[in-house]
Design a protein around this ligand. Structure first.
Ligand code: SF4
Length: 366
């Protein structure tokens, strides 16, 4: 039986050495019945226990590739655990060590807001909007399912352009959510002018647009963003270039269009890691993504004679991902050892079905 719990206070007093040995003991008791997934943005003292690290989609696939694991502990945020539940086998249980680990971007698109937006679009287009809804992986299962049920798909930051191309070949327009920046950067890289991509504000009637603007649009961009990546500014790019002549700037496409335009390269977390790892010794990089990933890349690169720094001097932290501490991980493990499944993430079957449809479309496209 699954339970929900707040972390008992006793776990916070555990010292580091004790924590390590108890985590190791619980892992060894659970053996092959357990797999721990750690997102790239996860803190070091948690990610070191992960069997797999990666971005959200890669991790969900890895979970599916371990059918012998009854328990999947997802050290990430809520929408990632939902995707793992959808993609894993029915007997597998997905656990999020802290239920408060959400994603501010995913929370910016709620299913009733999307249903309202769609009914307003149906009014404009006499019942059948010539629109394919596409959602970024960073959205709730309910949003993914809505897209799947209406002929749409999911995309990641690596395959957004391929999914946009697929959608554009089938329909006049795309409704992209929840990240306006990834949508704008993707559309622009395909030659879609900025003024053909109006923003849809879910708190305003018709998203704040006139019917004429919606009819003229190629892409409607949901008004959502990542609170981490939106903190990088074009001025930071100028400052880092003047402070470190010759430095190359690489940013995630969740950054604003202005930042992406000023950068030397853009790409998903996996691509950023690849580009920096493949770079020659002596090169230097300012990276516009989450602090923990940048710090690990910096450490690894320093050993190879490369300089890696955050584009934002102090670094941008994903505070919700940071909620998952070693204490939360330990509590999840010890609960499992005791036979208690706590903080399980379950997607209702009908939502899971349409979510799988949207994810399968993406896999068929890319
Ligand atoms: S980095 Fe941004 S998009 Fe990723 S989990 Fe954190 S808030 Fe969400």
């Amino acid at each position: 039986m699954s339970q929900t719990c707040i972390l008992p206070q006793s776990y916070f007093g555990t010292d580091r050495a004790q924590m390590e040995s108890r985590i190791a003991a619980a892992k060894s008791r659970l053996g092959k019945r357990l797999v721990i997934l750690g997102h790239h943005y996860q803190r070091d003292d948690v990610v070191k226990y992960a069997d797999f690290t990666g971005d959200s989609f890669k991790l969900s696939q890895q979970a599916a590739s371990r059918p012998d694991a009854d328990y999947i502990i997802f050290c990430g945020v809520h929408f990632m655990a939902e995707s793992a539940d959808v993609l894993s086998a029915p007997h597998q249980r997905v656990i999020l060590p802290d239920l408060a680990a959400g994603c501010s971007m995913a929370d910016m698109a709620e299913i009733d807001q999307l249903e309202q937006a769609w009914s307003e679009l149906e009014e404009v287009f006499d019942g059948t909007p010539p629109i394919i809804p596409i959602t970024y992986m960073n959205s709730s299962a309910a949003i993914k399912a809505f897209c799947g049920e209406r002929g749409g798909a999911v995309c990641t930051s690596s395959n957004a352009q391929a999914v946009f191309n697929w959608a554009s070949a089938r329909q006049e327009k795309i409704l992209f959510l929840p990240d306006q920046h990834l949508g704008r950067n993707t559309g622009y890289s395909m030659g879609i002018p900025l003024d053909s991509m109006p923003v849809w504000d879910p708190y305003r009637h018709m998203g704040g647009n006139t019917a004429e603007a919606v009819i003229a649009a190629k892409v409607l961009l949901w008004k959502g963003h990542c609170s981490v990546h939106q903190r990088f500014t074009p001025e930071m790019v100028d400052q880092v270039r003047s402070k470190h002549p010759g430095i190359q700037v690489i940013v995630h496409p969740e950054c604003t269009w202005e930042v992406v335009q000023k950068s030397d390269a853009t790409g998903s977390t996996e691509k950023i890691i690849q580009v920096v790892r493949d770079a020659s010794a002596g090169t230097s990089w300012a990276v516009g993504t989450e602090l923990h990933l940048v710090n690990r890349l910096a450490e690894e690169s320093a050993r190879e004679g490369k300089l890696v720094i955050s584009l934002e001097e102090r670094g941008c932290l994903c505070s919700t991902m940071f909620r998952i501490s070693p204490a939360h991980l330990l509590a999840s493990l010890e609960n499992l050892v005791e036979g208690r499944i706590v903080n399980q993430i379950t997607v209702p079957e009908e939502t899971a079905h349409w979510t799988r449809v949207a994810l399968d479309r993406m896999l068929a496209i890319c």
